[in-house]
Design a protein around this ligand. Structure first.
Ligand SMILES: [Zn+2]
Ligand SMILES: [Zn+2]
Length: 265
């Protein structure tokens, strides 16, 4: 299984999971046109997308999901709260999952969802498993890495996890105080240091690649996020660490392989 971020940040998120047999999108937060042009860069025909799972209703994750599913003949997957907030409930092609239920998203890709704390949304982290039992995690929009999530991440070969903001930059910046409190609270986003600390307790010998994603363009910089995480994990981690930016796709990670594969422009 190969993991490719089509792009990641507050202006849109979407991750392609692909094997020779299946193509699954985790989130569809770009416009339909942008999503199709980014899939085209990967030589993936949109009609070959089997399923689109939407982690929560915020528009940077859900924007064109239903229109894309309709147009491409893909199955749309969400939990009940997200379906309600998106007004998808009456759509017959929607697959509604419950907590910790295994979802068959393609012939050889199954998904497990783990609830995570995020304000005003029933958000989930997604663990994807291929037919060889290799696992990739996609984790964004959470204020805290729970013990339950950590225990699942310790079994993953690849982890894409948000590293949203640098704490000092957020606090010194010009966001209103209420927004600063919301972002840094239990229902907000993970800071670089929270992500670094969580990863230091998760890193294990089979973990071959980490992608830091959903970086704030106002309150973070890629090199700050990267160095903060590396500082915490470098003694125990032998894999690769990459950053997914807002405008992708730039690279893919084959699960179980350390080096990422560059995507030519
Ligand atoms: Zn988001
Ligand atoms: Zn969100």
């Amino acid at each position: 299984m190969k993991v490719t971020h089509l792009g990641s940040g507050s202006r849109g998120n979407s991750v392609l999971l692909s094997t020779g047999e299946s193509n699954v999108l985790v989130d569809c937060g770009f416009s339909l046109k942008k999503t199709e042009s980014r899939l085209d860069k990967l030589s993936v025909n949109p009609t070959d997308i089997d399923s689109i799972i939407v982690t929560h209703h915020h528009s940077d994750h859900s924007k064109s999901a239903k229109r894309a599913a309709k147009r491409w003949g893909a199955r749309l997957i969400s939990n009940a709260e997200t379906a309600k907030r998106m007004q998808w409930e009456d759509w017959e092609d929607l697959l509604v999952f419950s907590e910790l239920e295994r979802i068959d998203a393609g012939v050889d890709i199954s998904l497990l969802t783990i609830p995570v704390p995020h304000d005003d949304a029933d958000n989930v982290a997604v663990i994807a498993c291929d037919d060889k039992g290799r696992r990739a995690a996609i984790v964004t929009d959470l204020g805290e890495v729970t013990a339950e999530l950590s225990s699942h991440l310790r079994k993953c070969d690849h982890i894409s996890i948000e590293s949203n903001y640098d704490h000092d930059r957020l606090m010194r910046g010009n966001y209103p105080d209420a927004l600063k409190r919301r972002i840094s609270g239990r229902g907000g986003h993970l800071s670089n240091s929270q992500t670094a600390l969580a990863l230091s307790k998760i890193v294990h010998p089979k973990l071959s690649s980490i992608v830091l994603c959903h970086l704030s363009e106002s309150n973070n910089l890629p090199h700050i996020a990267e160095s903060e995480v590396l500082m915490e994990i470098c003694d125990d981690f032998n894999g690769s660490l990459s950053i997914s930016k807002q405008d992708g796709p730039e690279f893919s990670n084959w699960i179980g392989q350390i080096d990422s594969e560059k995507i030519s422009a």
